[in-house]
Design a protein around this ligand. Structure first.
Ligand SMILES: [Zn+2]
Length: 115
């Protein structure tokens, strides 16, 4: 799984260390975010994201929570599940698309002292 975007990818060959990123641009973006995180003093596990992107994600998750509650209620009322799938898939897709990309990341503790 790519350490930047979370996408699963196939690893070709077995020589050397397995790659952490699905493409070079993601390795570069992770490096740059880590550098900015280091400059800003972020600790391991800390992530800095854009406030607007964060608010967009919160809104998408709020709508997803409401959609899940609606589906649970509809199922409890005995409605046909197929009729709920389209709306739930759309709401899930919106939430997935709202995941913000980090501006800066903290260096994990196990990597921070080895350089
Ligand atoms: Zn990736």
């Amino acid at each position: 799984m790519c350490a930047w975007c979370g996408t699963k990818f196939l690893v070709g060959g077995t020589v050397g260390r397995p790659p952490k990123y699905c493409k070079r641009s993601h390795r570069q973006r992770a490096f740059e975010a880590s550098k900015r995180g280091s400059e800003r003093g972020l600790g391991g596990g800390e992530v800095l994201v854009d406030a607007t992107a964060w608010a967009t994600l919160q809104d998408a998750l709020y709508r997803l929570e409401a959609a899940v509650e609606d589906v649970a209620t509809d199922l409890a009322d005995g409605l046909e599940p197929r009729s709920m799938v389209d709306g739930l898939v759309r709401t899930c897709s919106d939430a997935i698309a709202a995941l913000p990309e980090p501006i800066a990341t903290g260096v994990p503790a196990d990597l921070g002292q080895t350089r």
